[in-house]
Design a protein around this ligand. Structure first.
Ligand code: ZN
Length: 90
């Protein structure tokens, strides 16, 4: 059914991994789930892009991209809070 392959060793022995922190909870809300490769133990983040020709297509994210997304999200929240504080005081 699934055609998800490990970005590192190309094995299809990929399984859902447990959510470990707030970053991964956030990603889960965005539809990105942590996966672990049982062949080489590589951990990655996967977004299901939809079903096509009876097989799922996936988009994998490296740790770097995921962290970048997370920082962008935190900056957005900081800016948002900043705007609220400034408009309340001003
Ligand atoms: Zn692997």
């Amino acid at each position: 059914m699934e055609s998800l392959n490990c970005p590192k060793c190309h094995s299809d022995d990929m399984h859902h991994s447990h959510i470990r922190n707030s970053l991964e909870s956030f990603l889960n809300i965005m539809g990105i789930e942590p996966y672990r490769c049982y062949s080489c133990n590589f951990r990655t983040y996967v977004m299901e892009k939809g079903k096509r020709n009876d097989s799922f297509s996936f988009m994998t994210f490296s740790d770097k991209i995921v962290k970048l997304l997370w920082y962008c999200f935190l900056i957005m929240i900081a800016v948002f809070i900043g705007i609220i504080v400034v408009t309340r005081i001003g």
